[in-house]
Design a protein around this ligand. Structure first.
Ligand SMILES: [Zn+2]
Length: 1032
């Protein structure tokens, strides 16, 4: 299922991929003359030890100097990080001690984040609820949900807040400096001067309220955004398992609790606790500020100091330290009951088991790096020890989600486990685990295997995605949170060189690590999880008990107030706010489109080929699109499986282990995916494609093409037991993602009820695909499946079906072309099959997929217009307007869903959706009543609201793109730069009248072709109403 996700992501951000020239970091570092000066004069002894002296470089000409004070911040360290082409400046605020880390890089995509160490001592979800309420208005910006409101007043590429087990982060990114400054103001005010109103506590945290707000006689229930969010989050078994692993392997101190909140504990939290926690933990002395990019640092420092930090005194933040966990002298075993997943494996196989081992301290950066490599050697791919012993015997659904080295807390840990196995097999797992560890400690690893893992690591360091600054923030936030030397986290090449040196000196190096962390480690947890059919009933009982207890505790007066408070909250939620206090960009800030990529479209040996010159950081990206529209419906259904197994089976010249090792040494993984593409010009036809992408270092390009050729010409499905195992793991993974991306699944399904093309998408990647696959595997022998996969392979890999896109640096293009031509020479030319299929519309219908989950995901889709139609940009602006002014206030703020929105995609389908929704039926009604709302609230569509909606669209249109993704809209969807720029200027020119016209045209009457879908628990009313197809 993981391989299917890119498909789904496209649904999430249909217009995400765009063009941006990120300058190569190496060009940048070359242009800065660096003079090495070892500078360790004013270091404290402890820092000195950590600091890798030969790599501390001070550039004499660099604009900031160690020791100098800039707006109340003293610069402590300046270092050059050649791996990432950046300068690192570590500063400290003199008054409060706040650490400020600036990564100076010639990248216009700037990032800013305020981080706090928040260490809860219970599971009331305090830090998480605080994170929500912080965003309910502050001194300068007394507006609810300023982030949601800013979504449409900004061109931010990222705005979020997140709570981890011991930290809370408030990051954002933007490529526009005016916008960056605006957001900085809002973020800083939100965290340092939030209003923390009691009413917001009730809304975001928890409250007692009548089920029907306006009916005093209706039942009293618990409500609250985080309360509901956590019921939803913990109903996801994979997520629950990860939480439990942390809670039980680090049971004392802060990690023994669920920082995000256990719904049965949340109602123990008081507003007073929350205000007190904020005062203490959101103090600047307990904060760290991260800043990345090319915007003026001094402006930021001056603002942060003058407006906020200079108003505080230093406090000792020792209260938030986390000390290393005391090591156990005996291993432990814990069992957790969980809910039955009705989309998952059969009930007797829905058990999970894992063994966790506490490893090193998160601030031991080199050790963490080496453990990550060791973890790769132990668990990743067919050459690894655990893969051979645990996965290949095929008695489970594969590794448990997230298995491997886990550097997320003060003490890091490693865990390995299996999902979807029988309870009888727990013992077998334990035996195999012991045997594997013993064997690995005695025999070690083959040197070619180690080398392939290290080569792949080098490649991944060079590969740059569009969110580079954010990537660096995430990479370093946790060690930094515990006082680790974060600058060394960025010295990957040095860490790699150190490791290579150690391996050379000591051939038993990794064996000794296995002894230390696996064999002799008594801090070992065995965690098991099994479904309990009574789980949901028990949860409801505990909830009822808690409710009763709460009601007994309160006075008569408080009881009477429940009704009034509910009304008060509703009034507050519905009352108009003055969002004009929030800053907003102007049209001048966004009038320029992104630059046209340097692209050339040509044919090479009759294969349409697109070349893009990019700053690729020494990497060549290779993308193949095989048009497979001609496949029969039955064959098409098997293509997702084909994609999953094709590069895992080996070839006629190399068995699967050797092939994997060769691949790992020379290139990135083969990402293989199906893609249904509607014609963006007329929306009258569609194509089915198989996309295969990969990349390699420029020096390995010839090997990359040779391995592609080997795979396409000599693929093999002969190994029956391996194929069976891969198929079972594939099916086991399918249902995993519904929990976190349920709204995407709901939209895939509602869209699939509207056109035959969308139906195909839903069959290939939606909820239906899970059943289709289960059924298919039951009804067909493995030999039949082998035959079918072979046939598919023989039909797919043909020059006649192929289009190619290659992104590389200008300098390397000639070499790439040479190898590419050699590759094409070998590829067969089969008879050309059909190019596209006619698109047609389906009869309206509604589907409800019953899932054993407490909350729902709803969607409604209808057919609007093709992408290039002049109404499409207007509808897109309208979708943003509806999201901001209608769906978020009603479905999220009033009805308690975690999220909601509307969108229109490249496929021309307009969709509504909700996320983790407690009131599915109301929500569908909200979707249906859009036109009525637009009529009664038509005054809300004013110039400002229109402009905000446009900004929301521009954000997506101008989304940054990593070097490997430049030009992909043109290549995959046929949306050229011309189409993009015309579309963009139409968005800028949309008027209120245009929007009113599309409202009349597309919303006044119920559309002729629509689909509705609910994924979630049973709803009585639906059972009886006609026309709802229920799948359980
Ligand atoms: Zn939350």
């Amino acid at each position: 299922m993981l391989k299917r996700l890119p498909n789904l992501k496209v649904v999430q951000h249909p217009f995400k991929k765009r063009i941006l020239h990120v300058q190569s970091p190496f060009q940048n570092s070359k242009s800065v003359p660096i003079q090495k000066v070892v500078n360790n004069a004013k270091l404290e002894p402890e820092t000195e030890l950590r600091r890798n002296v030969p790599y501390v470089i001070e550039d004499q000409n660099y604009r900031y100097k160690e020791g100098k004070i800039y707006h109340g911040f003293q610069c402590e360290r300046i270092e050059s990080i050649p791996d990432y082409g950046l300068m690192s400046c570590t500063l400290r605020h003199l008054g409060t001690g706040t650490e400020f880390w600036y990564l100076d890089r010639n990248d216009v995509h700037n990032v800013f984040s305020i981080n706090f160490r928040t260490t809860p001592f219970d599971s009331t979800g305090l830090p998480h609820i605080l994170e929500h309420i912080t965003l309910c208005g502050s001194k300068n910006y007394p507006v609810r949900d300023p982030f949601f409101k800013m979504l449409n007043r900004s061109v931010a590429t990222f705005m979020n807040a997140m709570t981890g087990p011991d930290y809370t982060l408030y990051p954002f990114s933007s490529m526009n400096e005016v916008d960056f400054r605006n957001l900085q103001k809002i973020y800083l005010d939100a965290v340092f001067r939030p209003n923390l109103l009691h009413l917001d506590f009730l809304q975001e945290g928890w409250r007692l309220e009548h089920e029907d707000l306006h009916n005093r006689d209706s039942d009293i229930v618990f409500k609250g955004v985080v309360y509901n969010e956590m019921i939803g989050a913990l109903s996801d078994n994979a997520r629950l398992f990860k939480h439990k692993m942390v809670n039980h392997i680090l049971p004392s101190h802060t990690y023994g609790h669920i920082a995000a909140g256990d719904p049965l504990e949340i109602p123990k939290l008081t507003h007073k606790d929350l205000v007190e926690f904020h005062r203490k933990y959101y103090h600047p002395s307990n904060a760290r500020i991260f800043c990345y990019g090319s915007f003026d640092l001094e402006k930021t420092l001056a603002f942060v100091d003058k407006e906020y930090l200079s108003h505080y005194e230093f406090i000792d933040n020792a209260y938030s330290y986390v000390s290393p966990h005391e090591r156990w002298s005996e291993p432990r075993i814990v069992h957790v009951p969980t809910r039955l997943d009705c989309m998952g494996a059969s009930i007797d196989r829905q058990n999970q088991i894992a063994i966790g081992l506490l490893t090193c301290d998160i601030t031991d950066i080199q050790e963490c790096f080496e453990l990550k490599v060791l973890s790769e050697l132990m668990i990743r791919g067919p050459n690894s020890a655990f893969y051979k012993s645990l996965i290949e015997p095929n008695f489970s659904g594969g590794y448990i989600t997230g298995a491997g080295f886990t550097p997320n807390c003060k003490d890091t840990f490693f865990f390995v486990g299996l999902r979807d196995l029988r309870i009888d097999d727990f013992e077998r797992f334990n035996d195999l685990y012991d045997q594997t560890v013993h064997k690995a400690s005695q025999e070690g690893f083959e040197s070619e295997h180690i080398e392939s893992v290290l080569c792949n690591l080098e490649l991944s360091l060079k590969h740059e995605n569009e969110m580079f600054g954010k990537h660096l923030l995430y990479k370093t936030a946790i060690p930094w949170n515990h006082g680790g030397d974060v600058v060394s986290c960025l010295r990957d090449s040095n860490m790699l060189a150190t490791l290579r040196g150690r391996l050379k000196e000591n051939s038993n190096y990794f064996q000794q690590k296995i002894e230390k962390y696996f064999l002799d480690n008594t801090h070992k947890l065995t965690l098991t999880m099994s479904p309990d059919e009574m789980c949901e009933i028990k949860r409801k009982l505990s909830e009822a008990k808690l409710l009763l207890q709460k009601l007994n505790e309160i006075s008569d007066e408080e009881y009477d107030n429940i009704y009034e408070n509910g009304i008060k909250l509703e009034v507050a939620q519905k009352s108009p706010e003055n969002i004009e206090v929030l800053p907003c960009l102007s049209i001048n800030d966004v009038k320029d489109p992104i630059k046209c990529p340097q692209m050339e479209e040509t044919t090479v040996q009759n294969v349409p080929t697109q070349f893009c010159k990019v700053s690729s950081n020494g990497i060549t990206y290779f993308n193949c699109f095989f048009n497979i529209t001609g496949l029969s419906q039955d064959d098409a259904m098997l293509v997702p499986l084909f994609c999953h197994v094709i590069s895992e089976m080996g070839t006629s010249n190399h068995d699967f282990r050797e092939f994997d090792r060769l691949r790992l040494t020379k290139m990135a993984t083969f990402t293989c995916d199906t893609k249904v593409v509607e014609n963006v010009l007329d929306g009258k036809s569609y194509r089915l494609g198989l996309i295969m992408t990969t990349h390699a270092l420029d020096k390995n390009v010839s090997d990359m093409f040779e391995l592609c050729e080997e795979l396409m010409l000599n693929f093999k499905f002969e190994n029956t037991s391996r194929l069976s195992m891969l198929i079972e793991n594939y099916i086991s993974k399918l249902s995993l993602k519904i929990g976190s991306s349920g709204h995407l699944f709901a939209m895939l399904n509602s869209s699939g009820l509207v056109t035959n093309a969308a139906k195909l998408k839903s069959q290939l990647a939606g909820v239906c695909h899970i059943d289709l696959m289960k059924e298919y595997v039951q009804q067909n022998s493995i030999e039949d499946i082998q035959d079918r996969l072979r046939n598919i392979g023989a039909m797919v890999f043909s020059k006649n079906n192929l289009r190619v896109a290659i992104n590389s640096s200008a300098a390397h293009q000639a070499t790439v072309l040479e190898h590419y031509e050699r590759f094409l020479n070998k590829l067969p030319t089969l008879e050309k099959s059909i190019d596209n299929t006619e698109l047609h519309l389906l009869e309206p219908s509604t589907r409800h997929f019953i899932m054993n989950k407490p909350l729902s995901y709803c969607a409604k889709s209808f057919s609007a217009v093709p992408y290039v139609h002049e109404d499409h940009p207007v509808l897109r602006v309208l979708a943003k307007f509806l999201t901001a002014k209608y769906l978020l206030p009603v479905v999220r703020e009033q009805n308690g869903a975690y999220g909601a929105g509307a969108r229109i995609g490249f496929d021309g389908l307009f969709s509504f959706y909700s996320y983790r929704d407690p009131h599915a039926r109301n929500t569908i009604e909200v979707f249906d009543k859009t036109y009525e709302w637009l009529q009664s609230e038509s005054y809300k569509l004013d110039q400002q609201a229109l402009f905000e909606a446009k900004l929301g669209v521009l954000q997506l249109l101008d989304w940054p793109t990593g070097p490997g993704d430049i030009g992909m809209d043109n290549f995959v969807l046929g949306a050229s730069y011309d189409i993009y720029s015309r579309y963009r200027s139409r968005v800028l020119n949309v008027t209120v009248d245009d929007v009113r016209a599309v409202i009349e045209k597309y919303f006044k009457e119920e559309p002729k072709h629509f689909g509705k879908c609910i994924l979630g628990p049973e709803i009585e009313e639906n059972e009886t109403s006609e026309g709802v197809e229920i799948t359980s």
